[in-house]
Design a protein. Structure first.
Length: 142
C-alpha cells in the first residue's frame, strides 16, 4: 500500500472528494427548491434556488481546479479529474463512473484504489515525512 507525502495532499484529496459529491447533490436540491417555489408561488424558495445554482457553479469550478492536483503517488495520474487515459483492466466502476468508487473510498475508507494503475493508496503520511509534517503543524499552532 502506498502512502502520501504531505498533509496538504491528504486535505486536497478529501476536499476534492467532498466537492465531487456536492457537484452532483446540489443540483438535485436546487431543482427541488425551484419546483417547490413554482408549486407554492413562494419567492423565498426561488431565491434559495438561485443561490443553489450559483453554489453549484462554484462547486463545479472548484472541484475542477482542485481535482487536477489529486494524483496517485505511483502513476502520477489525477484520480479525481476527468482524464481520457486508459483504465486498468481490473478497474471498478460504480453507476458508470470510475471516479465514484475513488470518491466513496476516500470519504469512507480513508484510502483509494487508483483506476489507472490499480494500486491501493492510504491517505496517511509516509513515515519519513511524518516528522516534518508534525513540525509544520506545531509551528502553525504557535
Amino acid at each position: 500500500m502506498h502512502l502520501l507525502h504531505s498533509t496538504s495532499t491528504i486535505f486536497r484529496m478529501r476536499f476534492a472528494a467532498l466537492l465531487w459529491c456536492a457537484r452532483y447533490l446540489l443540483p438535485l436540491v436546487t431543482c427541488a427548491l425551484l419546483a417547490h417555489s413554482l408549486i407554492t408561488s413562494n419567492l423565498e424558495y426561488a431565491i434559495y434556488g438561485v443561490y443553489g445554482i450559483i453554489l453549484t457553479a462554484v462547486a463545479s469550478i472548484s472541484q475542477w481546479l482542485v481535482a487536477a492536483r489529486t494524483r496517485c503517488p505511483l502513476c502520477m495520474t489525477s484520480v479525481l479529474a476527468k482524464n481520457h487515459c486508459a483504465k486498468h483492466h481490473r478497474a471498478r466502476s460504480f453507476l458508470g463512473s470510475y471516479r465514484l468508487p475513488v470518491v466513496l473510498s476516500i470519504l469512507f475508507k480513508n484510502e483509494f484504489l487508483c483506476p489507472y494503475c490499480n494500486e491501493r493508496t492510504a491517505l496517511e503520511l509516509h513515515k519519513k515525512h511524518h516528522r516534518s509534517a508534525k513540525r509544520e503543524i506545531e509551528t502553525a499552532l504557535k
